[in-house]
Ligand binder design. Sequence first.
Ligand code: SF4
Length: 230
Amino acid sequence: MATINWEKEIQPLIKKYKGKKHPLEYNNIYQLVIMVVLSAQDSDKHINQVAPAFFKAFPNMRSLAKADADALMPFLNSVRNFGNKIKWLTALSQKIKDDKNIPTNMDALTALSGIGRKSANVIMREAGVKAEGVIVDLHVIRVANRLGITKSEDPKKIEQDIMKVIPQKDWAEAGMNMSFLGREICRPKPLCPECLMKPVCEFYQKGFYDKMILQENTSKKTAAKKIAKK
Ligand code: SF4
């Protein structure tokens, strides 16, 4: 495939999803930070279910900073890796102390317990501040590889590869919007015919989607023949 001008070709994706809120159902930046920490290796849907009761008990950073780990346990014991997450939330709330002190830059966010680059990028995108990186979650890993922007499974390398071909003004939306595409269309079994990126997508243009469908049909026919012979 010819070299793709991603600065230009990513624009239809950005137009489709620009400004779409993250699936975590937060109401303010305190809730956003807490839910982003809780959602690591768990689903947004599950965190949306457990969050209301948690926020009723701990409505802000000040109340959370005063609580000890045991008080958080009943609200979070269904969350994956809850032991570490409780420790992280306790530590970060005691460091931040008040909602007004919640940072919105990469260095300060990643200095907090439980917040890595991906989480910091999500918080900064939702807070509407200038991006310092690109969100790379499991969906972005898949989508960026299929599009042909990267050939890596390492989130750090993928983030660098995306940052090299897309200008900083689009970093926040490009990452989140690839994630939305991965959730809706470019799923593990992709829906390429419905995808607006197919004119520039390496996976589609190299015929991998057609091969995938062909293989599926062949497997179905073989299975049907075996059943008919019985
Ligand atoms: S064309 Fe297919 S593989 Fe490419 S981004 Fe779209 S859904 Fe994913």
